[in-house]
Design a protein around this ligand. Structure first.
Ligand SMILES: O=P(O)(O)OC[C@H]1O[C@H](O[C@H]2O[C@H](CO)[C@@H](O)[C@H](O)[C@H]2O)[C@H](O)[C@@H](O)[C@@H]1O
Length: 279
């Protein structure tokens, strides 16, 4: 007989707006005797969206709690970002935690060892040509290409409104022409390589490395993110961990279990964890 595997579906998730809501909606999910794996996105999650990637900053209170929980032996912390690995490490700047960059294609563990998803030569060649063509044709009118070597972000926030749609459309077409996946992001397009590896695969890989194949029986998992690329992690963690999608859109369809209406509620999420483990 064939086993029918039910694929998770997106839903309009219940909202959590403050610290009390976490404990009320997730009673007993975290207990101080058992470990928790906290997997977090960076832009729009740990730091509010800024008009330029070089200008992001974690809110002071959030940063202090993050440092505190990162040190706790029962808390395993990983940041999984679309940024290049070195870039996200520089932004978060906490030693002793795991980092994944380029949507999980590059992973670095606290001991400095790495896991790099090896892209086939053909895809690497296409990447180089794609960067060249994007720079030639659509790096203009304030838009720019963030070349992260294995994936890129085309930023068009500063492009005049009258030109935005047309330029963004052309950029997406160039990405898909070279076989890359073009994901809509905040005032940007994320071009990701056509491989079966994303934030979801990376999250599971990291959890298996740390807790073994039966990680879901050993550890509570908390994942938070604000973007379409984070949905890959929310999908694979459905039923195995608890995910939180940051979005102001009350009707947004998500694989996450809960919606956080704004980035500021991330401080409450971290307080919820700290209240269980630290104090
Ligand atoms: O996976 P993340 O950690 O959320 O990274 C996603 C992308 O974030 C950055 O771009 C976004 O944030 C910028 C700073 O707030 C903002 O100016 C931009 O409009 C956003 O798209 C980063 O530049 C990308 O490399 C990441 O892939």
């Amino acid at each position: 007989y064939r086993e029918i595997v039910k694929m998770p579906e997106k839903q309009v998730a219940p909202v959590i707006s403050n610290l009390e809501d976490f404990a009320n909606n997730l009673p007993g999910y975290l207990i101080s005797e058992s470990p928790v794996a906290v997997l977090l996105d960076y832009d729009g999650t740990l730091a509010p969206i800024a008009d330029n990637p070089a200008k992001t900053k974690m809110p002071v209170e959030l940063e202090a709690i993050l440092h505190k929980i990162a040190k706790h032996p029962k808390v395993f912390l990983a940041v999984i970002s679309g940024r290049g690995l070195k870039d996200v490490q520089k932004q978060v700047n906490i030693d002793g935690i795991t980092y994944a960059g380029n949507h999980g294609l590059e992973i670095e563990y606290p001991d400095g060892s790495r896991h790099d998803y090896e892209l086939p030569t053909e895809i690497q060649k296409n990447y180089t040509q794609m960067v060249r063509e994007l720079k030639e044709k659509v790096e203009k009118n304030g838009a720019w290409v963030e070349d992260k070597k294995v994936s890129l972000t085309y930023h068009y926030r500063d492009t005049p409104a009258a030109l935005k749609d047309q330029q963004k459309q052309l950029a997406s077409e160039i990405c898909t022409k070279f076989g890359f996946r073009a994901n809509q992001a905040h005032e940007a397009i994320e071009a990701k390589p056509p491989v079966n590896w994303n934030k979801g695969e990376a999250a599971v890989y990291i959890l298996k490395q740390k807790f073994g194949d039966n990680w879901s029986q050993k550890v509570s998992v908390v994942f938070a993110g604000d973007d379409t690329t984070d949905e890959d992690a929310m999908r694979v963690l459905r039923g195995l961990g608890r995910s939180f999608r940051i979005s102001a859109d009350a009707q947004i369809q998500t694989y996450a279990d809960f919606r956080l209406p704004k980035q500021a509620v991330m401080t409450d999420l971290l307080k919820w964890i700290a209240n269980v483990y630290v104090s």
